[in-house]
Write a protein that binds this ligand. Structure first.
Ligand SMILES: Nc1nc2c(ncn2[C@@H]2O[C@H](COP(=O)(O)OP(=O)(O)OP(=O)(O)O)[C@@H](O)[C@H]2O)c(=O)[nH]1
Ligand SMILES: [Mg+2]
Length: 223
């Protein structure tokens, strides 16, 4: 038997992620925050809310859609940000590919914004809607927010997956819909805290609090 079989190489992705995560952004460059989560959970609505709440911050947005530029157009129509500060990436493939595996198109979009807006302090990158396994490469973002919603049922947080368990902030959105879908917010909150081992969790409704104050405060603390 060869030495390779006696001593197989092992790779602990948790350790590698932690090491990369500790790296601060290069001096002077904008902080990049990823917003991921399942289809329709409220990512674009949260990005719009953050643009409103952080109107005093020099910021820009990159959206990802598979075939369209729908989310970028929504944000431009909403008038929450100078349209020139919104870049759309069309992934043409599973959204996680463009935020985790081949991040070139997203890095190009961030670079283009940074060149045009030299004082940029924050870039928010919205992933296309994906599943519970989708997370951002730490080569693309410094921090990531994962958005799930109440309408998916109160079992979602305990189903786990790297988005729910390792994102720097978990948002449980659409709490206003809980009575309509029979979701128990206490169960969702309890399960989320249990699987995240102390990482923060925000429960919110963008209907009740359109400017997402808790998430906006968390983002400000990252700047
Ligand atoms: N009731 C309720 N509806 C919400 C809330 N947040 C977002 N929505 C609605 O949910 C729908 C989907 O929201 P989006 O922001 O487009 O969701 P998304 O995650 O960006 O969707 P994709 O990018 O297609 O994956 C929209 O009709 C929003 O108005 C909320 O807190 N409560
Ligand atoms: Mg969206």
């Amino acid at each position: 038997m060869s030495a390779d079989h006696d001593h197989p190489v092992s790779f602990d992705p948790t350790v590698a992620e932690a090491d990369r995560h500790d790296q601060a952004p290069a001096a002077g460059r904008a902080v990049r925050i990823g917003v991921g989560g399942p289809v329709g959970s409220g990512k674009t609505a949260l990005v719009a809310a953050l643009c409103r709440a952080l109107a005093d911050v020099d910021l820009a947005v990159v959206t990802n859609d598979i075939y369209t530029t729908e989310d970028a157009e929504f944000l431009r129509r909403a008038g929450v940000l100078d349209p020139a500060r919104i870049e759309a990436v069309r992934t043409g493939c599973c959204p996680h590919t463009a935020i985790r595996d081949d991040i070139t198109a997203n890095l190009d979009a961030v670079d283009s914004l940074a060149e045009r807006f030299p004082g940029l302090r924050l870039v928010i990158i919205e992933s296309g809607g994906d599943n519970l396994t989708a997370v951002f490469s730490r080569g693309l973002v410094d921090h990531q927010i994962f958005v799930v919603d109440v309408a998916g049922g109160d079992k979602v947080p305990r189903k786990g997956g790297p988005g729910v368990t390792t994102a720097d902030l978990l948002v449980i959105n659409k709490t206003d819909l809980a009575p309509l879908v029979g979701a128990d917010l206490g169960v969702m909150s309890g399960d989320a805290h249990r699987v995240r081992n102390g990482l923060p969790v925000v429960l919110q409704s963008l209907v009740d609090t359109p400017d997402a104050p808790a998430v906006a405060g968390w983002v400000r603390d990252r700047l």
